[in-house]
Design a protein around this ligand. Structure first.
Ligand code: EPZ
Length: 437
C-alpha cells in the first residue's frame, strides 16, 4: 500500500531544521530485485524472492510477467514466481513504463526463442540506447532487429559466444547473462560491469543451478545449462536508498543507524561524506552503517561518477543536495548519463547556487536554503529534493510517483528517523492511477 499512497498522494510536505536520529531497516534493492524477478522465468519450478521492496517497478514487473503467462504473486515482501508457458510478446503497456523490462529480451530468447518488445521506459536521464544489449544477444546467435519503436528477436537455439562490452553497462550485462545461462556451450564476457547488483543476480542464478564464474569482476564465464531449478533467494539491502538516507543525515545533522546494508557496497559514497565532515561507523558482521553529522558540511573539490566501484551516478543528485549546503564550491561530472542534472533547477528555486553546462554541474554551497514548492522529474531527482528539504523551512515536493518507483516509503523511513515529513494530496490523478486501480 505504501507505493499506492505515493501514487494517490503524489506530494510530500517537509518541515526541515530537525536533526535525524534513530534506526531503520533499509529496503531490499530495487536494482537487484528486478533482474532476479526476470531470472525466475528461466525455470518452470517455483522461485521465492524475499525482502522485495514494495515499489512500483516491482509492480510493473509483476504485470509484464503475468501478461506473459507466468504466475507472479506479491505477498508483503515476498514475490513468488512460477513460470508457465511464456508467450513471446510481453505486455506493451507495462514494458514502456520502466527500464528493467528490457531484461525480458534475454529471458524470452532463452525460454521461447523469440520476443517482440516495445522500447522500455525509465527515467529521462539520457538517451539510454540498447545497442550493447542487442549486440550482446547477437553474439549468442540471436537475430535482433529494431522496427517502428519495437525490438524483435529470434533464435532457434542460443549458442555460447563471446562479447566485449564497449562500456560496462549494467543492464546489457544482465540481459546477456540471462540468455547465456540457458545457451548451449560456453560464453565469455569481458569489460563487464562490476556492480553489486550483478553479483546478486549471479548469486540467485547459481542457486538455480547456473554455472557462472567471475561475477563482480570484469570477466565473466558462463557454461550454459539446458534447465535450471527453483530456489529461495533473499534480496540484499538497497545501497542507493541507504546512501540517500546517509546524505539526508549529512544535511540535517544527527546520528542515524541503517540496518540491512553491506557497508562495502557504499565505499565511494562513504568516502565523500567523510571528506565532507561526516563520521561513519560500519559493521560488516551486522550489516549496518552509523552516520553522525554536526555543523556545516565541508565541500569537496569534485565528484565524478563512474562504473562501480566509482561514485554511483544514482547518488549524484543526492550528493548535489548535500553540496548545496556545504562551505565551498564543487564540480560534479556525471560520466554515466548525459542528462542527469534535473535536480539542479529545482534546488536553485530553493536558493541553491548551481550552474549546469553540458555534462558538468558546479555547486557553491549556501549556509541555508529556503522552503519552496518543487517538482520531481525523475526518481533520484525526487529523492534529492526530499533530503534537501530537511535543511530548509517548509518545502512541498510534487511528482512523488517518481520517488515511489524506487523507494518503498521515503516518508515512513525519514519520519522514523525523526524528520517532519507528510504525504499531502498533490496534482490531479494521472492515467497511472487508472492503470493501477
Ligand atoms: C542501471 O541502468 C540502473 N537501473 C540505473 O539505476 C543505474 O543508474 C545504471 O544501471 C548505472 O549504474 C536498473 O538497474 C534498473 P547502463 P541501465 O546500461 O542498465 C549507456 C536508478 O536510479 N548504454 O549501465 O540502464 C547508457 O545510455 C536507475 O535506480 C548504451 O549506450 O544503465 C548510459 O549512458 C537509473 N547502450 C550508460 O551506458 C546500451 O545498450 C550506462 O547505462 C546500454 C547502455
Amino acid at each position: 500500500i505504501h507505493y499506492m499512497r505515493g501514487f494517490f498522494m503524489r506530494s510530500l510536505m517537509i518541515s526541515g531544521h530537525r536533526r535525524l536520529r534513530g534506526m531503520i531497516n533499509v529496503q531490499g534493492s530495487k536494482n537487484s530485485v528486478l533482474p532476479v524477478m526476470a531470472a525466475a522465468l528461466l525455470t518452470e519450478d517455483k522461485v521465492i524472492i524475499e525482502n522485495c521492496p514494495a515499489i512500483t517497478d516491482v509492480y510493473h514487473m509483476q504485470k509484464v510477467m503475468q501478461a506473459a503467462g507466468a504466475e507472479c504473486d506479491i505477498e508483503n515482501d515476498i514475490v513468488t514466481v512460477r513460470s508457465g508457458m511464456l508467450k513471446s510478446a510481453p505486455d506493451e503497456e507495462y514494458c514502456a513504463r520502466f527500464r528493467a523490462s528490457s531484461l525480458f529480451m534475454g529471458v524470452f530468447l532463452a525460454v521461447c526463442g523469440s520476443f517482440v518488445m516495445p522500447y522500455p521506459g525509465g527515467c529521462n536521464i539520457g538517451s539510454r540506447p540498447l545497442n550493447y544489449h542487442i549486440d550482446g544477444l547477437r553474439s549468442l546467435g540471436a537475430v535482433v532487429e529494431e522496427a517502428g519503436g519495437y525490438i524483435i528477436g529470434y533464435c532457434r537455439k542460443l549458442k555460447g559466444g563471446s562479447y566485449e562490452f564497449p562500456y560496462p553497462s549494467v543492464g546489457a550485462l544482465e540481459n546477456i547473462i540471462l540468455a547465456a545461462v540457458r545457451a548451449e556451450g560456453k560464453t565469455c564476457l569481458t569489460n563487464c560491469a562490476k556492480e553489486p547488483e550483478i553479483v546478486d543476480l549471479c548469486d540467485c542464478l547459481k542457486m538455480m543451478g547456473a554455472d557462472i564464474d567471475g561475477a563482480g569482476t570484469g570477466t565473466i564465464i558462463i557454461n550454459g545449462k539446458a534447465t535450471l531449478h527453483g530456489c529461495r533467494y533473499r534480496v540484499p539491502g538497497d545501497r542507493i536508498a541507504a546512501g540517500t538516507y546517509m546524505a539526508g543525515c549529512a544535511i540535517a545533522g544527527g546520528n542515524i543507524c541503517l540496518r540491512g546494508i553491506e557497508p562495502e557496497r557504499l565505499t565511494a559514497v562513504s568516502d565523500i561524506l567523510q571528506k565532507m565532515g561526516c563520521h561513519l561507523f560500519t559493521d560488516k558482521k551486522s550489516n549496518e552503517i552509523i552516520v553522525m553529522a554536526d555543523g556545516r558540511r565541508r565541500a569537496v573539490t569534485s565528484v565524478v561518477t563512474g562504473p562501480y566501484p566509482e561514485f554511483p551516478t544514482d547518488m549524484q543528485a543526492q550528493i548535489m543536495s548535500v553540496l548545496a549546503y556545504s562551505g565551498g564550491c564543487c564540480d560534479i561530472y556525471d560520466n554515466v548519463f548525459e542528462n542527469r542534472y534535473n535536480a539542479a533547477g529545482e534546488l536553485v528555486r530553493m536558493g541553491a547556487v548551481i550552474s549546469v553546462s553540458g555534462g558538468h554541474a558546479r555547486v557553491c554551497g549556501r549556509p541555508a536554503l529556503k522552503g519552496a514548492r518543487v517538482c520531481a522529474t525523475d526518481l533520484r531527482c525526487g529523492a534529492a529534493l526530499v533530503i534537501a528539504a530537511l535543511g530548509a523551512d517548509c518545502t512541498i515536493v510534487d511528482g512523488c510517483s517518481y520517488i515511489c518507483r524506487g523507494y518503498e516509503d521515503i516518508q515512513r523511513d525519514l519520519e522514523q528517523l525523526g524528520a517532519d515529513i507528510k504525504w499531502i494530496p498533490g496534482e490531479e490523478l494521472t492515467e497511472d492511477l487508472e492503470l493501477q486501480s
